[in-house]
Design a protein around this ligand. Structure first.
Ligand code: HH2
Length: 287
């Protein structure tokens, strides 16, 4: 387990800032390919309230082509090294399913592996996570990015995702990963229709009931565009709505591009949900 734990105390939440070092990510692709720009953006995300920085070198948007480990590592490693050298306090997450990327990233200072394949992408990943003690996000995905949005089907999307995540927890535990290292993610947009995404958010408490912290990643995703008619960079309000709702249903880690706006919305939500009345120490307010 890393020093800066991903397990927020009851009611507390952590914002995970998205830092994609890719030419083709659906929202920020190509903007942070230069290591210096990516590092500066990471520092900015932390200053805006990100407790975790999720550094990724391979897009997983629908239709994306896979990237080789060498290229992925070439993209992310200088950024992780630069963030560590910059002396920030945010936990560094490596968004990869390859041990050839995760192992050097961990050696450079990453303490979180965000594996969108939930340990299916690389047979060595579970052992790496077990031996290093880093945090591990197990995410649900139906199929693989290139084809996952072609007519995805479930018996009951929430039951199916829950059963999948339970099986992946068992596999991780059997490989020596401890329960304290594990976080779960329904994988919003990964092999899901608009209705599947909404059903997962509406019934998210059925996943938080599994006992591991739940991560949600709705940020700027296509289903928000389908509802609002907005372009990718105009989906902040829609992103906030889903994150506030997910908080209320028990999620505690929020993977987003618009860190400051989501952090503020969640701070108010958390303060309201956990507020005592009357307050223990009187507070004054003019508004
Ligand atoms: N979504 C994306 C990537 N990684 N990881 C987790 N745990 N949960 C998510 O929902 C998730 C994720 C896709 O978003 P983004 O990184 O912005 O785009 P791209 O995959 O095109 O780089």
């Amino acid at each position: 387990m890393s020093a800066r734990s991903t397990r927020p105390a009851s009611g507390r939440f952590r914002v995970m800032g998205v830092l994609n070092v890719t030419p083709d990510s659906f929202s920020d692709g190509g903007r942070y390919l230069e290591p210096d720009l990516a590092i500066a953006h990471g520092i900015e995300l932390e200053a805006s309230g990100a407790a975790i920085l999720d550094v990724g070198g391979e897009s997983t948007r629908p239709g994306a082509s896979p990237v080789g480990a060498r290229e992925e590592l070439r993209r992310v490693l200088p950024v992780i090294e630069g963030l560590v050298t910059s002396g920030g306090r945010a936990q560094i997450s490596i968004d990869t399913s390859k041990t050839a990327v995760a192992a050097p990233a961990i050696a450079a200072g990453a303490t979180f592996v965000n594996d969108v394949t939930a340990l299916r992408g690389d047979p060595e990943m579970a052992a790496l996570v077990a031996s290093t003690g880093v945090d591990l996000c197990l995410m649900h995905m139906l199929g693989e990015p290139r084809t996952m949005q072609r007519d995805p089907r479930y018996d009951d999307v929430v039951d199916d995702v829950r059963a999948f995540l339970e099986a992946r927890i068992e596999l991780a535990l059997a490989a020596g990963v401890s329960e304290q290292q594990i976080l779960l993610d329904p994988g919003i947009g990964f092999g899901k229709t608009l209705e599947h995404n909404l059903e997962l958010l509406r019934r998210l408490h059925e996943l938080t009931a599994l006992g591991c912290p739940v991560v949600v990643g709705t940020s700027r995703k296509a289903f928000l565009g389908a509802i609002t008619g907005r372009e990718v960079d105009q989906r902040v309000a829609a992103t906030i709505a889903t994150n506030v709702l997910a908080y209320e249903r028990g999620a505690r880690v929020f993977r987003v591009h618009d860190v400051a706006a989501v952090r503020d919305a969640l701070a108010v939500t958390a303060a309201t949900v956990t507020a005592r009345w009357p307050p223990r120490t009187p507070t004054s307010s003019t508004t």
